[in-house]
Design a protein around this ligand. Structure first.
Ligand SMILES: *Cc1c(COP(=O)(O)O)cnc(C)c1O
Length: 465
């Protein structure tokens, strides 16, 4: 292998630090008390109790000086804000869709799209579910059907395109229920729940041909698609000399519209949008957004937020930005992997996913091993991760049973442009300490379970014994 100093140089941050935010340090006693107070759910910790916050990369990225400057250009007119038109231009240039409706964040766009396109009894295939996406499909009377390739469910599989759609599964669904009951396929870029794994351009081309034949729309969850584009450039034959910007446009060109949480790729703290090429769908979205978000030229956002988003989108397709963003994730992941910690492979773009079942093989899945491990990592050093397993997957609406997903993961998610390499060293050291004493870690029982998206607010306690 190459000398580590050279590998490091390849992803050095393409920015320097202008402002710093001081971190809070806590004692072990304080963390134990905080964990009890939070019902062993890292979502319920107060951020001042956290030292390194790897809960999510959603809305937690650092904005650039240009984005902060963009906030001062906010045109806070109720209607027709200049910032809206700047956002439309930025989305058209980078994502290529004709029409845009801003929303306060991704799920606002999912709500609009689900209500417009889904009729009760419809099926919505997707390359693995996402929590809010599936819930909106269900609330509109639809049923999600997983059509991702099998490799995506195998944490140890090193298949480079675990985000691919398995066209045989899709074909099976079409023959079972009929294309008339499939309004669209929900295609997610760099599939979050699979570990931040991309689909290939070849797979998208095949999907596009299939969907055209059956008259099924392809609606992209574009939230992490710039990162998907970067992987296509790095891994897929024939795309190495194309820019991330070109690849992103090509992906969008093969789809009919998208929902977007701009809190991820687009480097803003709040914002999202729905975009599409069909005027008919657009007019419906433009009308419906007034009910849930606000007028169609602000969609629940301040003008300044739209301006920061327009600028964030431009910065997100910079090659050096993606190289550093994903390089940092790889830096952490490779440290853990070389020490024998079981993680999902290949390493994804936004997070390291620890395989909690392999880490804690003595726990049953109904003892919530990933939830227990996330709590333990917090207790060790104030590092906040999150559960992506049995708790996140929720209950089957038909049977009321836990869904028992194949993947029982703890996600260490890296905000963009926020932490340094030394922070990553601390994270790795902490997890190795927990790994050493893993046989002592006990499972959890759920003592409070909310009705919707339970992982956000559920409470737990350690199982005695
Ligand atoms: C975060 C996310 C969403 C939901 O977006 P919010 O802005 O949190 O409402 C949808 N899909 C994916 C893939 C996401 O990562």
């Amino acid at each position: 292998m190459t000398n580590p100093a050279r590998v490091r140089r390849s992803w050095a941050e393409p920015y320097k630090i202008k402002t710093v935010e001081l971190l809070h340090m806590t004692t072990r006693e304080e963390r134990e008390a905080a964990l009890l107070e939070a019902g062993y759910n890292t979502f319920l910790l107060r951020s001042r109790e956290v030292y390194i916050d790897l809960l999510t990369d959603s809305g937690t990225s650092a904005m650039s000086d240009r984005q902060w400057a963009a906030l001062m250009l906010g045109d806070e007119a109720y209607s027709g804000s200049e910032n809206f038109y700047n956002l439309v231009e930025s989305v058209q240039e980078h994502y290529g869709y004709k029409y845009l409706v801003p929303t306060h964040q991704g799920r606002g766009a999912e709500n609009l799209m689900s209500q417009i396109l889904i009729r009760p009894g419809d099926f919505i295939p997707g390359n693995m579910y996402f929590t809010t996406t599936r819930l909106h499909q269900e609330l509109s009377g639809g049923q999600f059907v997983d059509v991702i390739v099998d490799e995506a469910h195998v944490p140890g599989s090193t298949f480079p395109f675990k985000g691919n759609v398995d066209l045989r599964k899709l074909e099976q669904l079409v023959s079972d229920v009929g294309a008339d009951h499939i309004p669209y396929i929900s295609l997610e870029g760099n599939v979050n729940m699979a570990g931040g794994q991309p689909f290939s351009m070849q797979n998208l081309h095949d999907l596009h041909a299939f969907c055209r034949k059956h008259d099924i729309l392809i609606m992209l969850d574009a939230t992490r698609t710039v990162e998907n584009a970067w992987f296509i450039q790095q891994r897929e034959e024939g795309w190495g000399d194309k820019s991330v910007k070109q690849i992103l446009l090509e992906i969008c060109n093969l789809t009919d519209g998208c929902t977007m949480s701009a809190k991820k790729d687009s480097l803003v703290n709040i914002g999202g949008f729905f975009a599409c090429n069909s005027e008919e769908i657009y007019l419906k979205a433009q009308n419906l957004v007034v009910v849930y978000e606000g007028l169609h030229t602000y969609g629940g956002l301040a003008g300044r937020d739209m301006e920061a988003m327009a600028q964030g989108i431009r910065e997100s397709v910079e090659e050096a930005h993606q190289a550093a963003r994903i390089g940092q994730v790889y830096y952490l992941g490779e440290m853990l992997e070389s020490a024998g910690v079981p993680i999902v492979k290949p390493i994804g773009a936004h997070a390291i996913f620890i395989d909690a079942r392999a880490f804690l093989p003595h726990l049953d899945q109904d003892q919530y091993p990933a939830q227990a491990l996330a709590a333990e990592i917090y207790k060790e050093a104030g590092i906040r991760a999150m559960e992506r397993g049995n708790v996140s997957a929720g209950r089957d609406p038909e049977t009321g049973e836990n869904r028992h997903p194949k993947l029982e993961l703890v996600r260490l998610t890296l905000p963009r442009r926020v932490y340094t390499q030394a922070h990553m060293d601390v994270v790795a050291e902490t997890i190795l300490d927990v790994f050493e004493r893993r046989t002592e870690i006990r499972g959890l029982e759920m003592i409070y379970e909310p009705e919707y998206l339970r992982f956000f607010q559920a409470r737990f306690q350690p199982i005695e014994g």
